[in-house]
Design a protein around this ligand. Structure first.
Ligand SMILES: C[S@@+](CC[C@H](N)C(=O)[O-])C[C@H]1O[C@@H](n2cnc3c(N)ncnc32)[C@H](O)[C@@H]1O
Length: 284
C-alpha cells in the first residue's frame, strides 16, 4: 500500500507556481548535496543528481528510469548534462506530470503511474529513485511491523526491470531519533499527517534489510546536514514571498508550509531525521 494518488496530490499538486517560488530553478524537491559547503542551492541540487547518475552508472546510451520523477528535474539533468538519449519517469502527481510535459525534455517520456502496477515494455539499463520510498509505508503499517516487507516489495519489483549487474542510484529521507519535547513530536506528526499524508520515513536499518536479496549495497552516503541546509534555503526563499503566498493561496497554506519547513530544519539539526544515498547493484 502506498500513499494514494489523492494523498500525493495533497503533497505535490498544491500549485506548480507555489513550488516554483521557493524551490531551485529546476524544481528538485529533495535533499541537495553540498559537497564543498559554499554551493548555491542550484549547484548543490545538480551535485545530488550527479552522484546518483554516477551510482547508476548512466551513459548517454543507457535507458534510464526515474521512479517518482517529481517535476522532471532529474530527467532534465540526465538529458541535458549527461547526454542521455532516452529516459523515462513515473509520478503519481497530476500537476507534476503536466510540468514535466511542459519542459519538453529531449528524449524523455513520463507517465502518471504507480510503480506497483508499472509494466515496462523493455528492461532498463539504470534506475534512479529520489525520496519516493518515503511514500510507500504508512505509520500504521510500520506500527504493525510491515515496513521491511513493504520496502522489500519495492526493491524486488524494481529488480525485475533490469538485468543482473545493473545499478540503481537511490536516495531516501530517514527517521532516526525520537524528539523528547511534546511540541517537537506534534510538529513531526503535523508534517507527516498534513503535508505528506500516508507517508513515513524509513529507518536506515530497515532499508539495509529490505534491499536483500535483490540488491547489493556498494556505497552509502549520509547527508543529514545537507538536508538541514536545503530545507533552510527553501524556508528562506519561501519567506521572501510571504505576502504573495498569503494573498494567492491563503494564510493557512503559508503557515502550514512555514511550520513544516521549520520543523525540517530543526529535525535534521537535532538528528530526528537523516538522508541517505545508496549505490545498489542488482544481484545475479
Ligand atoms: C519527494 S518527491 C521527489 C520528486 C523528485 N524525485 C525530486 O527529486 O524532486 C516524491 C515523488 O514520488 C512520487 N511517488 C510517490 N509514490 C509513488 C508511487 N507509488 N509510484 C510512482 N511515483 C510515486 C511522487 O509523485 C513524487 O513525484
Amino acid at each position: 500500500m502506498t500513499s494514494s494518488q489523492q494523498q500525493i496530490d495533497v503533497s505535490y499538486s498544491v500549485s506548480n507556481e507555489f513550488f516554483e517560488l521557493w524551490l531551485d530553478e529546476n524544481m528538485h524537491y529533495t535533499c541537495a548535496a553540498y559537497l564543498d559547503g559554499d554551493e548555491t542551492l542550484e549547484q548543490a541540487q545538480e551535485k545530488k543528481v550527479g552522484i546518483l547518475a554516477d551510482y547508476a552508472e548512466v551513459t548517454p546510451d543507457s535507458l534510464v528510469l526515474d521512479i517518482g520523477c517529481g517535476w522532471g528535474s532529474c530527467l532534465e539533468y540526465l538529458a541535458r548534462a549527461r547526454g542521455v538519449k532516452e529516459c523515462h519517469g513515473i509520478t503519481l502527481s497530476t500537476a507534476q506530470l503536466e510540468w514535466v510535459h511542459r519542459r519538453q525534455i529531449p528524449g524523455a517520456k513520463a507517465w502518471l503511474q504507480d510503480y506497483a502496477t508499472y509494466e515496462p515494455a523493455r528492461k532498463y539499463d539504470a534506475l534512479i529513485s529520489i525520496e519516493m520510498i518515503d511514500h510507500l509505508c504508512s505509520p500504521a503499517q510500520a506500527r504493525a511491523g510491515l515496513a521491511v516487507e513493504i520496502y522489500r516489495q519495492y526493491f524486488d519489483t524494481l529488480a525485475k526491470w533490469v538485468e543482473p549487474g545493473a545499478c540503481f542510484g537511490f536516495q531516501a529521507i530517514l527517521s532516526d531519533r525520537v524528539p523528547r519535547r511534546r511540541k517537537d513530536v506534534e510538529d513531526l506528526a503535523f508534517t507527516a499527517d498534513v503535508i505528506f499524508p500516508g507517508g513515513r520515513n524509513p529507518r536506515l536499518e530497515e532499508l539495509v534489510m529490505a534491499v536483500r536479496p535483490s540488491w547489493e549495497i556498494l556505497e552509502l552516503r549520509m547527508q543529514r546536514e545537507d538536508y538541514g541546509k536545503t530545507t533552510g534555503e527553501w524556508l528562506r526563499r519561501m519567506r521572501l514571498h510571504e505576502d504573495r503566498i498569503r494573498s494567492t493561496w491563503g494564510d493557512a497554506l503559508y503557515e502550514d508550509y512555514e511550520r513544516y519547513l521549520d520543523t525540517c530544519v530543526r529535525g535534521f539539526d537535532a538528528q530526528w531525521c537523516g538522508d541517505v544515498q545508496m549505490k545498489l547493484r542488482r544481484c545475479g
